[in-house]
Design a protein around this ligand. Structure first.
Ligand SMILES: Cc1cc2nc3c(=O)[nH]c(=O)nc-3n(C[C@H](O)[C@H](O)[C@H](O)COP(=O)(O)O)c2cc1C
Length: 219
């Protein structure tokens, strides 16, 4: 499929049909993930694929309990919507997210993306050098995984709210403490067609040369 169509339609899919996802398809997606860039090409990732019903149910239970705390906390700090369209969009997302929280364990596959607890902080004789968070070396792989899934007609959602109970999730899957669980990605066939996401206009978020300068040099 066209790359730009894939980029624009790789949306959060939170409602899955009963159609299967094969192990081969998952391997294809993980292979694409491993082609992602990482700082110094350290490739600090491992992928745990949950397929059996008991493990998925246990992961789903942790996720739902985390979501039960996340949802009200989010609603407490959420700023008012700027338009009725924005409010409707938020409500749609909230309903879909609640649905995922109730049904995550029923998705055909759950992929946990893990990162060893490494420090990327370097030092020279003038002190520590901030070259970025190690998480930045894993999220491109997560996005590659989701794009590859989109290419195969498989829907995904990047989730992180399980981190409220990350230790429990480690215990469920036998993940050693030295690994961070960077993302939990459910995979399944979407119930509805993929579509383009609502995003702020490019002009609103692009600065040319100096912060605040919103027109292209040529205009
Ligand atoms: C770092 C990160 C964490 C996220 N965590 C969750 C999550 O825990 N649960 C969830 O349902 N969606 C989660 N999302 C998905 C976002 O809500 C979603 O990408 C955003 O609302 C845009 O919607 P769209 O993907 O449908 O276009 C997360 C996305 C990112 C990038």
């Amino acid at each position: 499929m066209d790359l730009f169509e894939a980029l624009e339609t790789t949306r959060s899919i939170r409602r899955f049909s009963d159609a299967p996802v094969t192990d081969d398809e998952i391997v294809t997606c993980v292979r694409a993930a491993t082609q992602a860039p990482s700082g110094g090409n350290i490739q600090p990732w491992q992928f745990l694929v949950a397929r059996d019903a008991d493990t998925k149910r246990a992961i789903g239970d942790v996720y739902r309990r985390a979501y039960d705390r996340y949802e009200p906390a989010l609603l407490r700090v959420r700023p008012p919507a700027r338009s009725s369209e924005e409010e409707a969009s938020f409500q749609r997302m909230a309903r879909a997210s609640r649905h995922l929280a109730e049904h995550l364990g029923e998705a055909p596959a759950l992929v946990l993306v893990l990162m060893p607890n490494i420090s990327m902080t370097l030092e020279d004789d003038r002190g520590p050098l901030d070259v970025g968070t190690p998480f930045a070396s894993v999220y491109p792989a997560v996005q590659n995984l989701m794009l590859a899934a989109r290419g195969l007609g498989i829907g995904t959602t990047l989730t992180t709210v399980y981190r409220i109970y990350q230790d429990e999730l480690r215990a469920v899957c036998g993940i050693p403490d030295r690994y961070e669980i960077v993302a939990l990605v459910p995979m399944g066939r979407p119930r509805r067609p993929f579509c383009v996401g609502r995003r702020r206009p490019v002009e609103q978020v692009t600065h040319w040369g100096r912060f605040g300068s919103k027109s292209t040099p040529g205009r």
